[in-house]
Ligand binder design. Structure first.
Ligand code: CA
Length: 150
């Protein structure tokens, strides 16, 4: 009986270990990523990610951005939203999730333009950031920490 219980618990642990991310999410390093199937306004991208227990993608380093850009180009996206906005204080772009200033940015030359474009997108052809009208409909990626079974 005891042996049987060890077997069941051990097997359950093994199955869990292989499920770092839920179905429909992709694992990369310590995070899970969900790629949208349609383009939406910035505010809906933020809300949709929150509704599925995650947040709109924000980049803190180049390697992660490169991987997301690759996945986005595979899916034939043109531009994607990133969680960076100056909707609160004009010309001060902050992370949508925390309100903190970003530690890493990748603006295209001449961007942001200090105009009515208060949201941020990645141009996948340039692999650079642009401030963009929030009412544009773009693809987006949601991110959340991967499950850990220590
Ligand atoms: Ca712009």
């Amino acid at each position: 009986m005891l042996l049987y219980m060890f077997l069941v618990v051990g097997l359950a642990g093994f199955v869990n270990l292989s499920r770092v991310c839920e179905n429909g999410w992709m694992a990369y390093n310590n995070n899970c990523y969900w790629f949208s199937t349609s383009g939406v306004e910035f505010k809906d991208a933020v809300k949709n990610c929150v509704n599925i227990g995650s947040s709109l993608i924000e980049f803190s380093e180049r390697v992660e951005e490169n991987w997301v850009v690759l996945q986005s180009k595979i899916r034939d996206y043109k531009n994607i939203w990133v969680g960076l906005t100056d909707i609160l204080i004009a010309n001060t772009f902050v992370l949508a999730s925390t309100g903190n200033k970003p530690s890493y940015t990748n603006w295209a030359r001449g961007q942001p333009q200090r105009n009515k474009e208060h949201c941020t997108s990645v141009s996948l052809s340039q692999r650079k950031w642009h401030d963009f009208l929030c009412s544009k409909r773009l693809h987006y990626i949601c991110r959340k920490p991967a499950n850990h079974y220590a």
